[in-house]
Ligand binder design. Structure first.
Ligand code: F6R
Length: 243
């Protein structure tokens, strides 16, 4: 595990964008695993900026997103596909055929999980997976549990996640209760993993996940075992850890 301590959100976004950009330059047809949430927005803005300046080309890049809510259509501004369209897909030259995100509207979510896992397999796996971390230690929507789930699966979101996400909805009753997420095994098979974290709100969970024993009740802790895992976090998020 490698920890890169950066000054602030902007510094984190730029450094993480540099890592993704190096991946695209080294392997133009790479498979990028992408995340949503507030943390990667600055990183996506940075990639878009470099694309605009002609420094990055997404023509051959393939993407697979970590997760999607069950039951939110693509036109709902809280769906993850909407987020990705807004922050990345529509702003760079990604081929729509090359972007993948679980379909939360599939009437058979279990079949959707199998379909999604096969897409990742058929692409030959993920070259670089980008992650954020939930306040409860979730990665993707792999919530604290007694076991680590291996493959893409349907999850019931925990109260803590529903609580954290309610700020995006008119009312807490409108927050979806289920999601489809890549499994911990799917994520761990990525060749390279980069997690970004910022702000003092993330400090307790960053400490819990990366300075203690591996524990499925803190799903992100398993990343300690990945052979090429980098945490890029700002001073505030690392303030409770000895780095
Ligand atoms: C998003 C995702 C989640 C977020 C996590 C942190 O696709 O998989 O695990 O990375 O909830 O979210 P933010 O960045 O909003 O703090």
């Amino acid at each position: 595990m490698r920890i890169i301590k950066v000054r602030d959100y902007q510094d984190m976004s730029r450094k993480a964008a540099n890592v993704l950009s190096a991946q695209i330059i080294l392997k133009p047809n790479c498979v990028l695993g992408l995340a949503t949430g507030s943390t990667p927005i600055g990183l996506y803005d940075q990639l878009v900026d470099w694309y605009g300046k002609g420094d990055l080309d997404f023509a051959l890049v393939k993407t697979v997103n970590l997760d999607e809510y069950v039951g939110l259509p693509a036109y709902n501004d809280q769906s993850y596909i909407y987020f990705m369209e807004k922050h990345l897909y529509s702003r760079v030259n990604l081929d729509p055929q090359n972007v993948n995100i679980p379909n939360g509207m599939n009437a058979d979510p279990q079949a959707e999980c199998r379909r999604y896992e096969k897409i990742i397999d058929d692409l030959g796996g993920i070259d670089l997976q980008l992650l954020g971390i939930g306040n409860n230690g979730h990665i993707g929507f792999n919530e604290p549990d007694n076991i680590f789930y291996r493959k893409t699966h349907v999850v019931d979101l925990t109260e803590s996640t529903i609580e954290a996400n309610k700020r995006f909805f008119e009312d807490v009753s409108m927050v979806p209760r289920q999601a489809i997420t890549m499994g911990v095994g799917t994520i761990m098979q990525a060749k390279k993993i980069v997690m970004i974290a910022n702000g003092e709100g993330k400090a307790p969970i960053v400490k819990e996940a990366f300075s203690k024993e591996i524990n499925p009740l803190i799903p992100a802790s398993i990343l300690q075992l990945h052979p090429d895992f980098t945490l890029i976090a700002d001073e505030a998020a690392l303030s409770l850890m000895d780095v």
